[in-house]
Design a protein around this ligand. Structure first.
Ligand code: BGC
Length: 757
C-alpha cells in the first residue's frame, strides 16, 4: 500500500489504537482494527519449516502445530556453502507460508557460533560472519520472492542460552562490528528482510529491545532497514524506551499493560507520539505488503518438499574422513547399520523451531532393497548400551563387509533454552563405536548432531560422515551419500576443536552472573585456532568428496590498488577424479603485518561449482574495500591499512591451494593529533612530521653518539641498535629532557604546532 494511504489510516487512529497495534493480539497475530479495515496477520516459526500453531500456543515448541515439512536446520544448510540451494529452500517455505496464510516466517537465525556449547547452535549458521550473512541473505531472498516476510533473528549478540533473557553480551566496538553484526548487515543490505527480531539479551548493558543505537542508528540509519522490528517472545523490558529505540512490535501480547504504558507516556510528554506513529507505519507497511499479495490458493505439495528436503540434506553433509576410499559403499556389499539413530534419526533440535513433521524417513527405511542388516546398538531414551546390545552389534559388524554406526546427540543434549556443558556424545554410543571398530576395520560413523562433538575414536574408524540435523528426510539423504548416489559436497561452517578446553572463549563462556564478556574479541572460530597455530580435529571449511579437485591459475586484476577500487580474482577449478562432484572455492584474505592485530585469514568469498571428471571451470570473485578492512575504533568506521595482503583460494581454511599478493593503499587519511606523549616511532612514520622533528633529532644524535671507546664495528652496531630502540619509544617530552640544555625554550610548543598544523 502506498505510504501516504498508510499515513492517512494512522491519522484516523486514536492513540489507544496506535499503542495497541504495537503489540500482538495473541501469541502469533498482529492486531486488527476493524473500524479502519486493518487486517490481522499471522507470524510463525521458523526457521527451517513451519511451526504454525492452531490451538494452544507456546514459544518453546511444546504444544502441537500443524503437520509440516522439516528441512535441514541451519547447522546443516550453512555447510552446503550453496546460496542457490538455500534460496530454493526459502522459496519452498515461502510457498507453504502462502498456503497457510502466514505473513512472516520467524527466521533465519544467524547468531555467530561463539562457542560449540551454545544450545541453539543447531539453528545458527556459522562461526564466520561472511558465510552467515551470505547464506541468510539467500534464504531471505527465497522466502520473500513469494511475498512472505522473514524475521532475521536474534538481533544481536545472542550467542548463549544461559541466562539468555538477562545476560549482557559485553564487547568492544570492533568485535561487534567485525563478528557479531555483519551477518545481519549483509542480510539487510542484500535482501531487505521484512522484519528483524531483536534478541532477549542486553548488548553492552542495554537490552536489545530498547537499544536505540542498535535498532535505529545502526540497523536503520546506517544499513537502511525498511521493515519493522519485533521483539523476541517476551524480550520487552521497558516498553516505552523500546518504542523510542525503534522496537515497533512487542510479541506476543502484553495483555494491554504495555500498550497502556505507551499511551500514558505520550500523554505525560515522556514519549513523542511521532515515535508511535512511525512504529505503526512500519508495521502496517508490512501488514499490507502481505495482505495485498496473499495467495492462499498456493499449493503446498508436502511430498515434493520431502524430496526437496532430502536433496538439500545430501548437499549439506560433510564427509570428514574417508580413509582408503571406504565410502561410497557398493550396493552389493553386506552392510551393517548399527545404532537406534539408523531407524529413528535425530534430525531437528528442540524449542521454538521444532516442527511437527508429516513424515520422516530414517536410513533403515531408505535402505530397503539393499543388503543391509540392523542392530540397535544403544537405547536413546534410556541412554544405555547393554552388553547384549553391544554383543549383537559386534556380531553383525563381524559378518558385514562394512559397519556403519549411527551416532550423535540425543534431543536432551542440545536445545533452545540451555547450553551444553561438554562436547561429548553419550558414553553408550562411544562404547558401541569402539566395539564395532574393533570388530570390523571398515567402520563408518554417521553423525546426527547440531554442533561439534569430540571424537576420541577418530583414529579407530575408517570414515566419518557429519550429517548434522538434516531434516525429516535425512535418512534418504544419508543412504544416497553412503552409496554414492549423491557425492558429498558440504564443508564445515564451524571448526571442530579437539576438545572443549581448546575453544577461544573456554575461560569465560557463559559469563559471571548477568555479564558475559567477549574477551577473545574478534578471535572466534578459525580466527583463533589459526592465530594460535593450534591443531584442531577438523578445520573450518573442511569437507571431502568422492572425487578430487585442483585449483590453479589464480589471477588478480591488479597487484597494487587503492582501497576504493575493486579487485577481480579469477581461478580455475578442475575435477581431477573420476566422479561428478561439487567443489567449494573458498577465498580468504590474509592481512600482512600492520599495526592492527588481526586474524591470520578471513573468509571473503566462496563459490560452489559442479564439475564432471576432467572438467575445468573458471571462477570469478570481486573483492571490494570491505574484504581488506577492519573496524577502526579510532575512526568508528571500516578502514583499510595500507599494506601487503594475500588472496588465498583453498578447499578449507587449513588447505590453501593457490595464493597471490596484492598491495592495497588506503585513501583515507587517519587524522592524527600529536601531543607531548606522542612517541618517536609513530611520528617518524609520516615523512612530513619527521621533518618537524629535525631540531630534536639533531640535538639527540649529539647526545646519543656511539661510545667513542668502542671501536669494534660489532659493538658499534649493537650500540646503534640499542640507541634506536630507546629512541623509538621515547615520547616527545622524554626526547626533550634527554636533549638537555641544547635546545631553546619553547621548542616543544613550536614542534607540536608544526606537527599538528
Ligand atoms: C525464540 C524465537 C522464536 C520465538 C517464537 C522464542 O523463544 O527465541 O527464536 O521465534 O520464541 O516462538
Amino acid at each position: 500500500m502506498d505510504i501516504n494511504k498508510i499515513r492517512a489510516i494512522i491519522a484516523r487512529m486514536t492513540l489507544e489504537e496506535k499503542a495497541g497495534l504495537c503489540s500482538g493480539a495473541d501469541f502469533w497475530h498482529t492486531k486488527a482494527v476493524e473500524r479502519l479495515g486493518i487486517p490481522a496477520t499471522m507470524v510463525s516459526d521458523g526457521p527451517h519449516g513451519l511451526r504454525k500453531q492452531d490451538e494452544a500456543a507456546d514459544h518453546l515448541g511444546m504444544n502441537d502445530s500443524i503437520e509440516a515439512v522439516c528441512f535441514p536446520a541451519g547447522c546443516a544448510t550453512a555447510a552446503s556453502f550453496d546460496r542457490n540451494l538455500i534460496r530454493r529452500m526459502g522459496e519452498a517455505i515461502g510457498d507453504s507460508c502462502q498456503h497457510e496464510k502466514l505473513s512472516v516466517v520467524l527466521g533465519p537465525a544467524v547468531n555467530i557460533k561463539r562457542s560449540p556449547l551454545c544450545g541453539r547452535n543447531f539453528e545458527y549458521l556459522s562461526e564466520d560472519p561472511y558465510l552467515a550473512g551470505e547464506m541468510s541473505a539467500a534464504f531471505i531472498q527465497g522466502v520473500q520472492s513469494r511475498n512472505v516476510g522473514t524475521s532475521i533473528k536474534h538481533f544481536a549478540a545472542n550467542n548463549q542460552e544461559h541466562r539468555r533473557m538477562s545476560s549482557s553480551s559485553d564487547m568492544d566496538e570492533r568485535t561487534l562490528r567485525e563478528i557479531y553484526l555483519p551477518a545481519f548487515e549483509t542480510a539487510v543490505k542484500k535482501a531487505q528482510p521484512w522484519t528483524v527480531m531483536c534478541s532477549y539479551n542486553r548488548v553492552n548493558g542495554v537490552y536489545a529491545s530498547e537499544n536505540r543505537w542498535l535498532l535505529t542508528d545502526v540497523l536503520r540509519n546506517e544499513w537502511g532497514f525498511e521493515g519493522y522490528v519485533m521483539s523476541d517472545w517476551g524480550a520487552v523490558a521497558d516498553r516505552v524506551k523500546g518504542v523510542h529505540a525503534g522496537l515497533d512490535l512487542e510479541m506476543p501480547a502484553s495483555g494491554g499493560v504495555n500498550d497502556a504504558k505507551i499511551v500514558k507516556a505520550v500523554r505525560e510528554g515522556r514519549l513523542d507520539e511521532k515515535d508511535v506513529d512511525l512504529a505503526c507505519e512500519r508495521i502496517l507497511n508490512i501488514v499490507y505488503r502481505y495482505a495485498e499479495n496473499a495467495k492462499p490458493e498456493t499449493p503446498w505439495d508436502k511430498e515434493a518438499q520431502h524430496d526437496l528436503s532430502a536433496r538439500i540434506a545430501a548437499e549439506c553433509m560433510v564427509l570428514l574422513k574417508n580413509d582408503g576410499n571406504l565410502l561410497p559403499l557398493d550396493k552389493s556389499d553386506a552392510v551393517a547399520f548399527i545404532g537406534e539413530f539408523a531407524v529413528l534419526p535425530r534430525f531437528q533440535g528442540g524449542g521454538s523451531s521444532h516442527i511437527h513433521c508429516f513424515k520422516k524417513t530414517g536410513a533403515m527405511q531408505a535402505a530397503e532393497g539393499l543388503n543391509v542388516k540392523y542392530a540397535q546398538g544403544y537405547d536413546v531414551a534410556a541412554d544405555i548400551a547393554t552388553d547384549a546390545m553391544i554383543a549383537e552389534a559386534v556380531e553383525l559388524a563381524r559378518a558385514a563387509k562394512v559397519a556403519v554406526v549411527f551416532a550423535g546427540l540425543p534431543d536432551a543434549y542440545e536445545s533452545e533454552g540451555y547450553d551444553r556443558t561438554h562436547m561429548r556424545i553419550p558414553d553408550c554410543q562411544t562404547r558401541v563405536i569402539e566395539a564395532v571398530a574393533a570388530a570390523n576395520p571398515n567402520t563408518v560413523v554417521v553423525l546426527y548432531n547440531g554442533a561439534p562433538v569430540e571424537m576420541p575414536w577418530i583414529l579407530k574408524v575408517g570414515a566419518v560422515l557429519e550429517a548434522y540435523l538434516g531434516g525429516q528426510a535425512v535418512g534418504l539423504a544419508t543412504v544416497r551419500v553412503l552409496y554414492g548416489d549423491a557425492n558429498p559436497s558440504g564443508h564445515l561452517a564451524e571448526t571442530f576443536p579437539l576438545r572443549l578446553q581448546d575453544t577461544p572463549c573456554y575461560l569465560y563462556y557463559g559469563g559471571e552472573g548477568n555479564t558475559a564478556e567477549y574477551r577473545e574479541g574478534v578471535f572466534v572460530g578459525y580466527r583463533y585456532y589459526d592465530k594460535r597455530e593450534m591443531d584442531v580435529l577438523f578445520p573450518f571449511g573442511h569437507g571431502l568428496s568422492y572425487t578430487t579437485f585442483e585449483y590453479s591459475n589464480l589471477r588478480l586484476s591488479a597487484n597494487h590498488m587503492k582501497d576504493d577500487e575493486a579487485l577481480t580474482v579469477t581461478v580455475t577449478a578442475k575435477n581431477t577424479g573420476r566422479r561428478v562432484g561439487k567443489t567449494v572455492a573458498q577465498l580468504y584474505v590474509r592481512a600482512g603485518a600492520g599495526e592492527i592485530i588481526r586474524p591470520v585469514r578471513e573468509l571473503r568469498g566462496f563459490e560452489k561449482v559442479k564439475l564432471k571428471p576432467g572438467e575445468e571451470k573458471e571462477i570469478t570473485f570481486t573483492l571490494d574495500r570491505r574484504a581488506f578492512a577492519y573496524w577502526s575504533m579510532a575512526l568508528h568506521d571500516w578502514h583499510v591499512e595500507t599494506g601487503d595482503y594475500t588472496v588465498e583460494i583453498g578447499q578449507s581454511s587449513r588447505s590453501i591451494d593457490v595464493s597471490a599478493p596484492v598491495r592495497v593503499e588506503s585513501t583515507v587519511q587517519v587524522p592524527v593529533r600529536y601531543d607531548e606523549n606522542s612517541i618517536f616511532m609513530d611520528i617518524m612514520k609520516d615523512p612530513q612530521a619527521a621533518q618537524a622533528l629535525k631540531p630534536l633529532t639533531d640535538a639527540l644524535s649529539a647526545v646519543f653518539r656511539p661510545n667513542a671507546d668502542e671501536d669494534s664495528p660489532a659493538a658499534e652496531a649493537i650500540s646503534n641498535e640499542m640507541t634506536a630502540a630507546m629512541l623509538n619509544y621515547l615520547p616527545l617530552r622524554g626526547m626533550l629532557s634527554f636533549a638537555g640544555d641544547q635546545l631553546p625554550a619553547g621548542v616543544l610548543e613550536q614542534i607540536l604546532e608544526r606537527l599538528n598544523g
